[in-house]
Design a protein around this ligand. Structure first.
Ligand code: PXP
Length: 251
């Protein structure tokens, strides 16, 4: 299971004060110095964390390190103020992976996946995106039906990211039955999607406590983790924390 480190929170801290600290360049480099697959950025129209300068920095570093850039965002978000629009950014920076999320612009963080049956437009976006990116992933809830999953087969969507928020919440509740239920949904969907040739990503609210059970499933290709890594870094340091996550991912 590969780890992509989400660096939104580094930029969030910088933007909260203005100026240049913490340095996005330094933390992106430190992350890429570790044995991770790459980094994830989620530029938002309000520019509250990742700004285009960060994408440029990440783009240059990714080339040097020969690792992977994953850019998340809503393809329906067009240019506004200094934000160029998601599709424009993808065409310009050609990340290895583009992850489509259905967030509204004012959302604090992603909290649900696409309603695939209502989102035929997704397939057109994926076709456009695959001209620039090897992988077009869509963020989905773990309770989608087999029929819904089939709607994306034979399209340019070649990966899914499982929204793990409900699983993380079940872990916090410490209810064995809720945890087993969420893990079972993840396993069934991941098995089916893998069989159909899709890459399986997972993310949201993952941490050192809930990650080992996901690793054990041996079905997930990549996790993208931000918030918990940055929180734990405050006491343990960034490099040490990233390496703890890498160790869990390696099983
Ligand atoms: N995946 C998606 C689609 C996200 O929007 C985010 C948050 O930016 C993450 C994963 C990472 O979540 P967390 O910050 O909780 O690790």
């Amino acid at each position: 299971m590969n780890l992509s480190v989400n660096l939104n929170k580094i930029s969030l801290l910088r933007e909260s004060r203005g100026g240049a600290l913490p340095s996005f360049y330094d933390f992106a480099k430190l992350a890429l110095d570790q044995n991770i697959v790459g980094i994830t950025l989620h530029p938002r129209p309000d520019q509250r964390h990742i700004i285009e300068e960060d994408i440029k920095t990440a783009f240059e570093l990714i080339k040097q390190y020969k690792k992977e850039l994953n850019i998340e965002g809503n393809p329906l978000e067009n240019a506004i103020n200094n934000y160029k629009g998601y599709l424009t950014l993808i065409k310009q920076y050609k990340p290895h992976q583009a992850t489509l999320v259905p967030d509204s612009s004012s959302q604090l963080t992603s909290d649900h996946g696409w309603d695939i049956s209502q989102s035929k437009q997704l397939i057109d976006f994926a076709t456009e995106i695959r001209e620039s990116s090897n992988i077009c992933s869509i963020f989905i809830d773990t309770d989608i039906t087999e029929k819904e999953l089939e709607l994306i087969l034979n399209t340019n969507i070649n990966a899914i990211e499982l929204y793990t928020g409900p699983y993380a919440e079940a872990c916090l509740s410490e209810s064995k039955s809720e945890i087993a239920n969420e893990i079972s949904k993840i396993r069934i969907l991941a098995e089916s999607a893998k069989e159909k040739g899709l890459k399986i990503n997972a993310g949201h609210d993952l941490n050192t406590k809930n990650l080992p059970a996901l690793r054990k499933l041996d079905l997930i290709d990549e996790v993208s983790i931000g918030h918990a890594i940055i929180c734990e870094s405050l006491s343990k340091g960034f490099e040490k924390t990233v390496n703890e996550y890498i160790d869990i991912c390696n099983g």
